[in-house]
Write a protein that binds this ligand. Sequence first.
Ligand SMILES: NC(=O)c1ccc[n+]([C@@H]2O[C@H](COP(=O)([O-])OP(=O)(O)OC[C@H]3O[C@@H](n4cnc5c(N)ncnc54)[C@H](OP(=O)(O)O)[C@@H]3O)[C@@H](O)[C@H]2O)c1
Length: 400
Amino acid sequence: MLERFTFHDIDSAYDSFLRHSGLRECVLLQTCNRVELFGFGNRDDLEKIKKTWASVSGLEENAFKENLEVSEGTEAYQHLLKLTSGLDSLVVGEEQILGQIKESMNAARQLKASGSALNTLFEKAIRVGTRVRQATGISKGSISIGSMAVKLAEENIDDLKSKRILLIGTGEAASLVAKSLKKRGIDFGVTSRTFERSKSFADTAGGNPVKFEKAIANFKLVDVLFVATVAPYFLVTYDRVKEAMESRKNGMMIMDLSNPRTVDEKVSTIKKIKMMNLDQIAEMVDKNMRTRMGVVSSAEKIINEELPVMEAAMKRLEVEPIVKNVFKEIDQARVKELKKALQMLGEKDEQKIRIIDQLTQAIVEDIISVPMNNLRRASEQGDSEILKTVTKLFDYKTKE
Ligand SMILES: NC(=O)c1ccc[n+]([C@@H]2O[C@H](COP(=O)([O-])OP(=O)(O)OC[C@H]3O[C@@H](n4cnc5c(N)ncnc54)[C@H](OP(=O)(O)O)[C@@H]3O)[C@@H](O)[C@H]2O)c1
């Protein structure tokens, strides 16, 4: 399902959202557990946003009915803070998500898809995420999906070190498994479609490279199989495993870390096969995490402290264009009148001109600073009425 919502061409997705969805800014975040769109614009544009998303990902619009969650304002800020703090991750406290959010932010910034609103929001959220991690130690000792898979294999199989282990996949998830196996001094084979990739993976992450076709055809020689690929079909099929099991006495353990799955679920029905998929591994990670609940509640406490600060900063952003505009228009009037007065005086003395200029600037600032600062404060406190009044008073036209 996640795959169907994924944006395969990020640049053109950004282009479409900015052109057709009504959003003024947006940031796309996609990882193996989520596809999210952060937008800044009008809430009335939700239907246009869905339409654009549907056309970008080739989806039918009704796909959104059961699969889309929408949050706005404070709820959305809170969600982003939970994300950067690692509270919404499959493995609570994991570090990867913070890096992924930074990358998404940078990409949006480079493409000029994000502007002052989302840049401010994400910068603050990243800062809070970093603070939560430093203050609570939530990331320390957090167990990755990869190391949990290895731990579960260790718990289910006697003397894992002596077993024949194969890892299919050479990406990020596979490297988490490899790291954990290597740390325990366990030998393993690694394979992926391109042999060169398996070789360079083995050089950096460990393991012995094995040719893909050979590996896939020889499950009979494997005691523990870890699979972490993005293949859009079952790599480990029922027939292959059934055949392999017919020519061996011992059982086999299969850990499928892929989402969507790349091991056919039916394989688990074969005699002497122990199998776990990503959901089951994640559940174990979650259980492990619950023992660290104290850390989670400290993280939530920080988020609750930071949330109003973030809200105030975002509300202040709403008022900044008006404040800027008021200052600009008044200053233009000041400069115009100053020029007129200097012409009438026929004043040429540079020092006197500077003094008169500074005098007019000081008067303008004295008069306008207090109401503008009050406007900022009122806006931070969510007083939208005052914003409307000032917009009317100063004849400010909002850009839609
Ligand atoms: N990254 C994580 O932290 C994480 C955590 C939990 C679960 N997962 C899941 O783990 C899986 C892998 O994620 P990843 O982040 O490691 O992805 P990745 O870094 O993009 O690596 C993808 C791997 O899949 C292989 N692959 C791609 N197409 C294939 C095909 N048609 N047949 C066989 N192999 C193919 C690639 O190698 P070749 O192209 O050389 O074959 C590569 O080894 C995904 O299903 C993901 O949902 C990832």
